[in-house]
Design a protein around this ligand. Structure first.
Ligand code: DSN
Length: 426
């Protein structure tokens, strides 16, 4: 077999894995055939440094139209004055937002990693944390998920952050953006929300849009609840002007500052095939049925959290308001999250080990797992399926040393998965 056939074989194996198991990682999803077609299109052959109408290479008749359409649809979807659809990822989107407003050493107030924040929100292991001064806020009460706004306000007054960042990758509750805005406006900080996880839920109108509370910038990915291709997105409010000219550093100029930071500041040629996929995904999210999908994600997450708790699982914040939940596996089963991730993998249930708030354990053996419902909802799972799902999860963890019981559960998971939509037919 030559190497190309080898790669094709890996792709077929992955198709089978995705079709046979149940995907519970809350940051993953399945894209439509149209998105896949766009991402696999000949736009991958084209260089397009610059922005629509202002490129550094010829032959941009079609790239200009597709990128402009993606921009217009994203603006409509999130009610923004401007969209930059070029970031290659959510991490690059955050890096671009910081660099468009901050000078080295400036302060950002963001959520603590173990309380649900993301690596790019200032985790000490990142290069960003060497470049900027990150201060962290946390939950006041991990039983409810309430953010400690007294602490947040004290930290803001003391450290005068240039950016206050709301947003998370492992926090199961809705945020009160009005309270963030109140503190931010008092200290003159730019308000940024990292909506990567919940972009689809915001676009569908089933979770709050931070722009309604006066936020200035939203950074995101396009592949989680938004169900698009893997990539980043930055939305902002303000005046949009020619990105070839350096504007004054004002809040109103954020759209242009961001454009200049993405290109030429941080990136070279945009991935135009991915931008075509983003345009398809935004168009799909504008359809009325996307709201029904988003509502179902939330219903499924609520139902799954209740069923897990009924079976004795301790959930961080005791439930969820969004698409994800965290099981404290040490309290629930006296097992670390990596053991639980492994045993569930054996029965075809994919989730990820995750830190819980103030976790004393290291990242490769944290005290919990994170799971969510966006992907299984795309395949058609409903609330009534969540009882079985919870019983497979808890049953497999309890039967981790019983191969016979694990293979019985694995076969039930496979049978159920066969009844759902196949990921290649979405
Ligand atoms: N890796 C993503 C997640 O799983 O939440 C965030 O970057």
């Amino acid at each position: 077999m030559d190497y190309v056939s080898q790669v094709m074989g890996y792709i077929s194996d992955e198709e089978r894995r995705q079709a046979e198991g149940l995907e519970l990682i809350p940051s993953e999803n399945y894209v439509s055939k149209d998105v896949r077609e766009a991402v696999a299109s000949v736009f991958t052959n084209k260089y397009s440094e610059g922005y629509p109408g202002r490129r550094y290479y010829g032959g941009q008749q079609n790239t200009d139209r597709v990128e402009q359409l993606a921009i217009d649809l994203a603006m409509q979807l999130f009610r923004a004055d401007h969209a930059n659809v070029q970031p290659h990822s959510g991490a690059t989107a955050n890096e671009a937002v910081y660099n468009s407003w901050l000078e080295p050493g400036d302060t950002v107030l963001a959520m603590d990693l173990s309380h649900g924040g993301h690596l790019t929100h200032g985790a000490p292991v990142t290069k960003l944390a060497q470049q900027f001064n990150f201060i962290r806020y946390r939950m006041k009460d991990i039983e409810t998920g309430e953010i400690d706004f007294d602490e947040l306000s004290d930290l803001a007054k003391k450290h005068k952050p240039k950016i206050i960042l709301a947003g998370y990758s492992a926090y199961p509750r809705e945020l009160n953006y009005d309270l963030f805005a109140q503190v931010g406006n008092e200290v003159g900080a730019v308000l940024v929300a990292d909506i990567a996880h919940i972009a689809g839920l915001i676009a569908a109108g089933v979770m709050k849009n931070p722009f309604d509370s006066g936020f200035h910038v939203l950074s995101s990915t396009t592949h989680k609840t938004l169900r698009g291709p893997r990539g980043g997105l930055i939305l902002s409010n303000g005046t949009v002007s020619n990105p070839l000219k350096a504007p004054e550093k004002t809040i109103n100029n954020l759209p242009t500052l961001i454009d200049r930071t993405v290109f030429p500041g941080l990136q070279g040629g945009p991935l135009m095939h991915v931008i075509a996929g983003k345009a398809v995904c935004f168009a799909e999210a504008l359809r009325p049925e996307f709201r029904i999908y988003a509502e179902q994600i939330l219903k499924n997450a609520k139902a799954l959290s209740h069923e897990l708790m009924a079976l004795g699982c301790k959930l961080v914040t005791n439930g969820t308001d969004n698409h994800l939940m965290l099981i404290d596996t040490v309290t629930s089963f006296k097992l670390d999250g990596s053991v639980v991730e492994d045993v569930l993998d054996r029965v075809g249930l994919t989730l990820n080990k995750n830190a819980i708030p103030d976790d004393p354990n290291p990242p490769f053996k944290p005290s919990g797992v994170r799971l969510g419902t966006p992907a299984i909802t795309t395949r058609g799972a409903k609330e009534s399926d969540m009882k079985d799902l919870a019983s497979w999860i808890v049953g497999a963890i309890k039967a981790r040393n019983d191969d016979k019981e694990l293979s019985r559960i694995a076969s039930e998971v496979r049978d159920f998965s066969k009844k759902l939509l196949n990921p290649t037919e979405i």
